[in-house]
Design a protein around this ligand. Structure first.
Ligand code: SAM
Length: 283
């Protein structure tokens, strides 16, 4: 008998991974949490049946969500991470000796507990002394913050269920307020390829553009996300991710990354014409 994990990417498209073992299943207050083990992708986590992280391709997502803003402003000291319960984003941030404080706001404690047990590859730095975890809704957490962070990373689920509030105008406005005058906001920005994801991406872009003078989108290839073509949003009060990239400074850190390099950084902002058109159409 064969066991397969199948995710419905659209009403007409499915993506499947052959599974060796179903390691965990549980229902938290917020979502259904599952962990599987597979030959091709290693251990992977799904929330409400949607792929979050796999051991095999998480490096692409975490490199791109962290190193792009960090290479743009290597003086970042105070970081807010929203969501990111698997720990991969925090792991990459802790590699910078210059980062002094990381507040991580994850709504679902059970995700963190499950990842600590089954996904130590990503959860391994959650006990770093610079990290403080708040089990709260990120939407509420940022409301009371002002001029506090150099960088906010929104590593959220999709814009439905608990993640919905993290794609709203109210949330982006509060992020703007919570950032210092040279602050950067990076968020997972959905996919341009299938219609429902593309609409979510357009909506997010339109709302972020209302607050931030610099508002760009960059891309990466993530095999286990719908269509494999994934976007990230880069918004800032001051720094332009291409103009202000200090390649030499980042390369001198000698961080040894598996996906990110400063050429990828520059290239990732070169978008296909249909994606440009979607973003320009996001009025
Ligand atoms: N890399 C993933 C992706 O793009 O699919 C996201 C991974 S991470 C596991 C997403 C986390 O965001 C989840 O653990 C979820 O509980 C958390 N989350 C969703 N809504 C949230 C909210 N409103 N506040 C804080 N965390 C939230």
């Amino acid at each position: 008998m064969e066991l397969w994990y199948t995710e419905q990417h659209t009403g007409n498209v499915r993506f499947s991974i052959r599974v060796d073992e179903h390691l965990f299943t549980g229902q938290s207050e917020f979502q259904r949490i599952d962990v599987f083990k597979a030959k091709e992708f290693g251990t992977f986590l799904t929330l409400d049946g949607l792929m979050m992280v796999t051991e095999k391709d998480e490096f692409i997502y975490h490199d791109m969500i962290v190193h792009v803003p960090m290479a743009t402003n290597p003086s970042v000291k105070n970081v807010l991470v929203i969501g990111a319960g698997d720990g991969g984003t925090v792991r990459e941030l802790t590699r910078y000796a210059t980062v002094e404080k990381i507040d991580m706001v994850e709504i679902d404690k059970m995700v963190v507990e499950v990842c600590r047990k089954y996904l130590p590859q990503t959860a391994c730095k959650l006990d770093d002394p610079r990290v403080r975890i708040y089990y709260e809704d990120g939407l509420k957490f940022v409301r009371s913050k002002e001029n506090t962070y150099d960088l906010i990373i929104v590593d959220s689920t999709d814009p439905f269920g608990p993640g919905e509030g993290l794609f709203t105008r109210e949330f982006y406005g509060n992020c703007y307020k919570a950032l210092k005058e040279d602050g950067i906001l990076v968020n997972q920005h959905e996919s341009p390829y299938y219609e429902s994801y593309a609409q979510a991406m357009q909506r997010a872009h339109k709302r972020i553009k209302e607050f931030f003078p610099i508002c760009k989108v960059y891309q990466a290839h993530i095999p286990t996300y719908p269509s494999g073509h994934w976007l990230f949003g880069f918004a800032s009060k001051k720094y332009d991710p291409l103009r202000d990239l200090d390649e030499q400074a980042w390369n001198e850190l000698d961080l040894r990354t598996k996906y990110y390099n400063t050429d990828i950084h520059k290239g990732s902002f070169a978008l296909p014409n249909y994606v440009r058109a979607l973003l320009e159409g996001a009025l």
